[in-house]
Ligand binder design. Sequence first.
Ligand code: HEC
Length: 110
Amino acid sequence: MRKSYALFLLLAVVPAAVVQAAVPPVRPAQLGLCAACHGEDGHARIPGAPNLAGQPYAYLLQALQAYRDGGRKVPVMRAATGPLTPKDVQALAQWYAAQSPCKPAQADSP
Ligand code: HEC
């Protein structure tokens, strides 16, 4: 009886943990601002704005912190990140990291 209970727990808990890791992050409230230039899906909308989709979370987080704190001196990004809380920054980095990367051939394909 005990053994099967342990097995049940294992079967119930392990897949739940796996599924949770794959759940996409919640759409951040501040995404609208970023979307004007970077797109909601991280595929850039204006020339000069980098594609963010699928870049590593740690990289995006560090870049956003650098713009906000003035380590990277880019006025548009400083203005965009200035009002963000650390939680917002994490949520946005998580969101863009979870988007599907742009396909390199997309723009040129017939
Ligand atoms: C007015 C247009 C504009 C808006 C709005 C904007 N960005 Fe940017 N973003 C840029 C440009 C241009 C760059 C490239 C700056 C540079 O050369 O470092 C950039 C760079 C970045 C980078 C660094 C990417 C890399 O590969 O190093 C991240 C991350 C980023 N933006 C996230 C955001 C987020 C999140 C928001 C919303 C809070 C936002 N941006 C709002 C134009 C914008």
